[in-house]
Design a protein around this ligand. Structure first.
Ligand code: UDP
Length: 401
């Protein structure tokens, strides 16, 4: 790295993140950098404080800075985070700022990086439904694509979606680092009986003689009537199967879930599970019903039949692999499809073949190879150099807008 060149950032690789899926999917990158003797910096925004910390702890990691944000809405989160994050970026002068996915923390981290003059890399770039749903996540992804210099697309289709928007430079198809996390955790569970028994503990009360069905639901677009319809389907299915539902702490989810399913026989409402426990559970259930992006990616790798509680998905590869069905949220459709999969062994077998459309676990290494190779690339990103050149330009004397 050219430390004496004022136009080249010389600091560490900095990760900015705030939610559980970002923690899970960035952990393999951070672990790989640590194994290479690097000193990455992880800045937590505080968007999902407990779930974020718990997911990181599953990998023996914790944040270096925690901004402790509590914001009720994405606009409030972004508005408050950008200046706080930009200060951290300016203070640490990272070689790269890395953001992941599509959350408010992702967008705020990207804006802060660019306002502070840092170079920006986006992990899990190019996922598109081609609609405005999910909102605001799809908007976040598109905006970050306009700002990043490096775009790590998990699949060829994601890279093609970026190209269709004119984003061609700096695009690398790497697989999804969420699969690295999954395979890492599965291997740990297989080799560490202590961890496996801790991971099984939250499910100790669930009867073993009926099949287990796992459900997760948290998306903004599924709140209200759609959530009520899913909960009615789960109530209908309970009894034939044991329903296991780790409940998202958002009150717009947890309130209706408790009212519809609390105390019902055959339904097990749990707090959000640590990543080890959740991976162990996915390995144990017959079927998963979910609106989670990460679970849609994990299900094919595990050979786990997956019913997607959405009308559109930015993860069509899971459906193409035969593991997932894009189902929507209508009660009778959910009940009939789940029952069909439970009773039709041939259909279940066809949905249970492991597939790796999101890579075989080498994403973190591939991404870090690119980041480290380009850590010393010389293009002026230092804000000092911007203000120096601006001062020489007469039209730039106008006040900043
Ligand atoms: N997950 C977890 N505990 C849970 C539910 C999910 O560790 O109780 C993991 C899951 O394996 C996946 C990630 O969290 O890796 C998905 O997060 P979430 O569904 O919150 O977000 P999305 O993927 O939809 O952005």
């Amino acid at each position: 790295m050219a430390a004496d060149d004022p136009d080249v950032a010389t600091g560490p690789i900095m990760f900015i993140a705030g939610t559980r899926p970002e923690a899970v999917k960035l952990a393999p990158l951070i672990l790989d950098l640590l194994a290479r003797g690097q000193r990455p910096v992880l800045v937590a925004t505080g968007q999902h404080p407990d779930m974020f910390d718990e997911a990181l702890a599953g990998f023996g990691l914790q944040a270096d800075h925690d901004l402790g944000l509590m914001a009720a809405s994405p606009d409030a989160a972004v508005g408050r985070l950008v200046p706080m994050l930009a200060d951290v970026v300016r203070a640490r002068q990272p070689a790269w700022v890395v953001v992941q996915g599509d959350t408010s923390s992702t967008l705020a981290g990207a804006l802060a990086a660019r306002y502070a003059g840092a170079r920006l890399a986006h992990v899990e770039a190019g996922l598109r439904t081609g609609t405005h749903d999910p909102h605001p996540e799809e908007m976040h992804r598109k905006l970050v694509a306009q700002m990043a210099q490096l775009h790590f697309a998990p699949t060829a289709a994601a890279a093609a979606a970026l190209a269709a928007e004119g984003v061609r430079a700096g695009v690398h198809v790497t697989g999804n680092s969420g699969i690295d996390a999954l395979l890492l955790m599965r291997a740990r569970l297989a080799h560490d009986p202590g961890l496996a028994s801790l991971a099984a503990a939250p499910l100790a009360q669930v009867p073993q003689h009926r099949p287990w069905l796992l459900a997760t639901i948290h998306r903004r677009e599924n709140q209200g009537a759609r959530l009520a319809a899913v909960l009615a389907a789960l109530a209908d299915l309970a009894g034939a199967v044991e329903i296991i539902l780790p409940v998202h702490p958002n009150p717009a989810i947890s309130g209706p879930v408790q009212s519809a399913l609390g105390g019902r026989a055959g339904v097990h409402l749990l707090p959000p599970l640590g990543y080890a426990a959740f991976v162990a559970l996915m390995g144990r259930v017959m079927l998963v019903l979910t609106d989670s992006g990460g679970v849609q990616e994990e299900a094919p790798a595990l050979g786990l039949p997956c019913l997607v509680l959405r009308d559109v998905t930015e993860r069509p590869e899971a459906v193409a692999s035969g593991n997932a069905i894009l189902l929507g949220c209508e009660t009778p459709v959910i009940v009939a499809t789940a029952q069909q999969i439970m009773h039709d062994a041939a259909l279940r077998a066809s949905m249970s073949r492991p597939a790796l459309p999101y890579g075989a676990g080498g994403a973190a290494q591939a991404i870090n190879d690119v980041l480290l190779r380009q850590a010393s690339a010389s293009w002026p990103q230092n804000p000092e150099s911007w203000s120096r050149s601006a001062a020489h330009h007469p039209r730039s004397r106008a006040p900043a807008r």
